[in-house]
Design a protein around this ligand. Structure first.
Ligand SMILES: [Ca+2]
Ligand SMILES: [Ca+2]
Ligand SMILES: [Ca+2]
Ligand SMILES: [Ca+2]
Length: 240
């Protein structure tokens, strides 16, 4: 259980991170949170709102929800009084690209975390951001050696500055979905189908010349172009 005033990964990991998420809840802007779809076959976080049974390196002893590449996980995140929920999904990664895409009702952040063995955690790759039910930036998207990593979902540090809005359970703004992928070229259909093929190529064409803030801008240069096309071609076929 992480305490708001000194939670290991709530303060440390958030410092210096700029998400476009406003420092208040989405429903403060719109009057209602946009729903987040949870597709059939998704993994349930198996942690009721108000509990923290997968607090990872914020818990003693550390405790994780086990997930794997290709999993979509549906869960909730909450704050109450001085306690904040952090959700840690343990991935036994076979090596290669690892990324996670968060879709949350609240302004949320997502990280690929290394140093899980012994719990000296540090983030690797890009910081993922999400709000109003939409993904802004995928987390990680980085080539990693085989080993244990965690996908961490938490509220951004900006929520702890000024007046912290309580993401109380039952306010209808707690839901999220996180898509864990070791195959960023598999962008279509949503969540991937395990194959890099023609539909993924068509999606790349549809986004040609744009900056989607993630795949299919595979090299992260802020533009979908020829390098991304060659990247996709090089990974044509079944996902690893
Ligand atoms: Ca949770
Ligand atoms: Ca948790
Ligand atoms: Ca595909
Ligand atoms: Ca690019």
């Amino acid at each position: 259980m992480a305490r708001r005033e000194n939670p290991i990964f709530v303060t440390c990991l958030g410092i210096g991170i700029t998400c476009t998420a406003p420092a208040r809840l989405c429903f403060a802007d719109t009057g209602a949170c946009r729903p987040v779809d949870c597709p059939a076959g998704a993994l349930d976080e198996a942690e009721p709102c108000g509990k923290d049974t997968n607090g990872g390196c914020n818990s003693n002893p550390p405790v994780f929800t086990v997930a794997e590449c290709g999993d979509t996980v549906c869960g909730t995140l909450w704050i109450e009084d001085v306690v904040v929920d952090t959700d840690w999904f343990l991935i036994n990664h076979g090596g290669g690209i690892l990324s996670a895409k968060l879709f949350s009702q609240f302004p949320g952040t997502c990280y690929i975390v290394d140093g899980i063995d012994g719990c000296n955690p540090f983030p690797v790759g890009d910081v993922g951001c999400s709000e109003n039910g939409a993904n802004q930036t995928p987390a990680g998207n980085i080539d990693l050696p085989a080993g244990e990593y965690a996908v961490l979902v938490k509220l951004p540090h900006c929520l702890f500055d000024g007046i912290p809005p309580d993401v109380l359970c039952g306010n209808g703004c707690n839901d999220y979905r996180v898509e864990i992928s070791c195959c960023p070229w598999d962008v279509e259909p949503m969540g991937g189908d395990g194959i890099v093929g023609i539909t993924d190529f068509l999606e790349l064409l549809a986004q040609w010349g744009t900056d989607p803030g993630g795949p299919p801008d595979f090299d992260g240069d802020g533009n979908v172009g020829i390098v991304d096309f060659l990247n996709l071609l090089a990974n044509w076929g079944l996902c690893p």
